[in-house]
Structures are given as C-alpha cells and as structure tokens.
Design a protein around this ligand. Structure first.
Ligand code: ATP
Ligand code: LTN
Length: 334
C-alpha cells in the first residue's frame, strides 16, 4: 500500500523556567498524543531566552533537564525530532535574512514586545524587538503544516505567515505558509491560589512543577483556593466557582471522567475530601514522569546523544531551506 505523507508539526518552548502542570496539560501532553499522526519537530528555544537576562549556568542546566522532562512526558526521541535551537545555526542564519524582509512597523505592533518592554524596561534590547523574526525562521526552515502554540503566540505565527507570503511573492514558492494550531480553551489550567490567572511559574505557590515531590504537590492542593461562598459542594460553575472548576478540570483531564461523574463521585463530601483527591490524582499522574525524568537527568551521555542526533536530523531539513533562500536572494554559491 502506498504510504501517505504525514503532515508536519513544529513547536518550541523556551527553557526559561521549570516545566509545570499547565505546560504539561496545555501543551506537551497534546504533542505526545499526536506523535503517530504527524511528523513532529520540537525544540528548546534557548536563543529566544536571552532576550531577557539569564543566569548562564541555570540556562545550561535547564536546557538539558528540560529535554529529560520532555522525553519523560512521552515525547519519544525515536519518533520525534527533539533538538536545541542553538545547535542548528540555520535558525540564526535565516533570521538575519528575514530581518531584511520584516518591517519596523509590523514588529512595533507585537503585543509581547509591548508587554515585555514594559516589564523589563531597563533592558529593551534589539533581540526583544526582533524576537518574532527569529521565531519565523524557526518555523519556516522546517516547512511545517501546523504550529501548535498557546493563544499568546498566535500573533507571532501570523507575522510569520505574513513574512512567508511577502518572501514568496518576490521569489516564488520558497516557504510553506503554516497554520497555527491553538489548544482548546479547556486545556487552560489556572493557578491554584489565583484561579483567575493561568498557572504560571511566576506564582510558585499555586504552580505545580513536574519535578515537585508528592508531599509538595499534596500541600499545594490542600491550600488551593475553592470559592468564597462557603457552599462546600463540588459543582461545576466556572463563573461562580472558578477555583473548584479548575480543580475539576485538572481531575477530569487526568482521569477522563466527565464533570457530572465528578459531581456525583464527591456528592455530599465537600472540599476537605475533594482537594486531597485531586492532589492524589496529580501525584499519581506525575510520579512516573518525575521518576523517569530523574533517571534520565542522571544519564547525560544519553541526553547528549539525543541532542546530537536531533541536531543532525533538524540541520538536514533546515539546511535544504536555507540553501534555497541563499540562492534566491543572490548569495554567491561555491
Ligand atoms: P509563564 O509560566 O512565565 O507564564 P509559560 O509557562 O506560559 O510561562 P511558555 O513557554 O509561554 O511558558 O509556554 C509554553 C507552552 O505551555 C505554551 O504552548 C503555552 O500555551 C502552554 N501553557 C503555559 N501555561 C499554561 C497553562 N496554565 N495552561 C495551559 N497551557 C499553558
Ligand atoms: N515564542 C514561543 C517559543 C517559540 C516557538 C517558536 C513556538 C520560539 N520559537 C517556534 C513555536 C514555533 C513561546 O514563548 N512559547
């Protein structure tokens, strides 16, 4: 039987902090579930992290520990191309070319630039401004069909499409114009102490990290904010009881149970029983991930080998696109 060419998917996460339950349920778990249907490229965007000042030894450590955590979450390096952005020079090389096909005005409109330049007002560097151009290079080098990202990155995929269309209109069909793939809103996990805001590493108390110990996880769930009406009843009502809805969402995603099933499971039992039960479900879901990641983090030789092979495979695909671009713009080939 003739083999059907799989669609290609590419995404990246910056190794700028430890991975948490939001990253896992909102992004990585979905990537791992799609591995048999797509040809997948996933990378750690270390070049992007230095747009904000980083501690060099922390960045080095996280760049390899994050790979261990990706693999432990089910991203099999035999089935996905996993690599570190700085290991593939084509990203920086194509970014320079694309800088010359991106307008100052369109970069000025990026909301992430506006937010980050307000947040880091003492370091508004040129890299922060041209961040979306590097991201466009990351994507276009691999000619993917889809780019799975969070809602916050949609604008960056749109500018990438605009750059690709502009370049193609001058030089012919060089780049595939990719589609963003936005995770369902149900996959949005909120902070345990701040149910109005998404779970984020910048609020560590309400954030469950993949490498947290079972005791820490249970403690965080015991302290989770439920609701202020003291109804003490497990009922799904996102508006009136966002904290309870968030816990139910986490429990449902992990156990596959519907909201109605969860309501009847905890009928008459109150939050004193419900919160530890969600904590236990998270402990059990994260236990194999943490144990496997801890084992892998000790095996530096293996992780280096995964990165080496990943860089080789990625460079092969990226190199083909870069050579085509260099030729089109008129760089002399030898
Ligand atoms: P921060 O914690 O500082 O807000 P982050 O963890 O969101 O940063 P990103 O690199 O922006 O880090 O996110 C990586 C991926 O994880 C993105 O695809 C993003 O949409 C997803 N993600 C992050 N937080 C959540 C969350 N709370 N719920 C669902 N998905 C999330
Ligand atoms: N900007 C993204 C990380 C990122 C990315 C990419 C995502 C860098 N390059 C290419 C998808 C495709 C973020 O901060 N989450």
């Amino acid at each position: 039987m003739e083999e059907v060419q799989k669609k290609r998917m590419l995404s990246g996460i910056q190794p700028s902090g430890d991975l948490h339950l939001g990253n896992y349920l909102g992004a990585i778990k979905n990537w791992a579930d799609r591995v048999n249907d797509y040809e997948c490229f996933y990378f750690m965007a270390d070049l992007h992290t230095i747009t904000v000042r980083q501690d060099p030894s922390e960045l080095r450590k996280r760049s390899v520990n994050q790979l261990a955590q990706y693999i432990a979450c089910g991203l099999d390096p035999e089935k996905n191309v996993l690599f570190l952005q700085s290991h593939v020079p084509a990203h920086s090389q194509l970014a320079w070319v694309l800088n010359c096909y991106t307008m100052f005005g369109e970069l000025s409109r990026m909301t992430q630039f506006k937010d980050k330049s307000a947040k880091y007002s003492n370091n508004i560097n040129a890299g922060l401004f041209t961040y979306p151009v590097l991201m466009a290079a990351d994507i276009l080098l691999y000619q993917p069909d889809y780019v799975p990202v969070g809602e916050d990155q949609k604008q960056h995929v749109e500018i990438c499409r605009d750059i690709a269309i502009r370049f193609n209109s001058i030089y012919g069909d060089v780049f595939k114009v990719p589609e963003p793939l936005i995770a369902k809103t149900g996959a949005r996990i909120y902070g345990l102490t701040t149910p109005g805001d998404k779970m984020s590493k910048s609020v560590p108390d309400g954030c469950v990290f993949l490498m947290d110990s079972p005791d820490d996880i249970r403690r965080k769930f015991k302290r989770a904010v439920t609701d202020s009406d003291r109804e003490n009843c497990v009922r799904y009502d996102k508006e009136a009881k966002p904290g309870v809805a968030n816990l139910m969402n986490i429990y449902s995603t992990l156990t596959g149970k519907t909201m109605t099933e969860i309501e009847s499971e905890f009928a008459g039992q109150g939050y004193g029983v419900f919160k530890p039960a969600v904590g236990d479900a998270v402990v059990e879901a994260l236990r194999p991930i943490r144990e496997e990641a801890e084992r892998l983090m000790k095996d530096k030789a293996y992780l280096d080998e995964v990165y080496r092979k990943g860089a080789e495979k990625a460079s092969y695909v990226a190199g083909k696109t870069l050579r085509k671009v260099y030729k089109k713009v008129g760089f002399y080939q030898i």
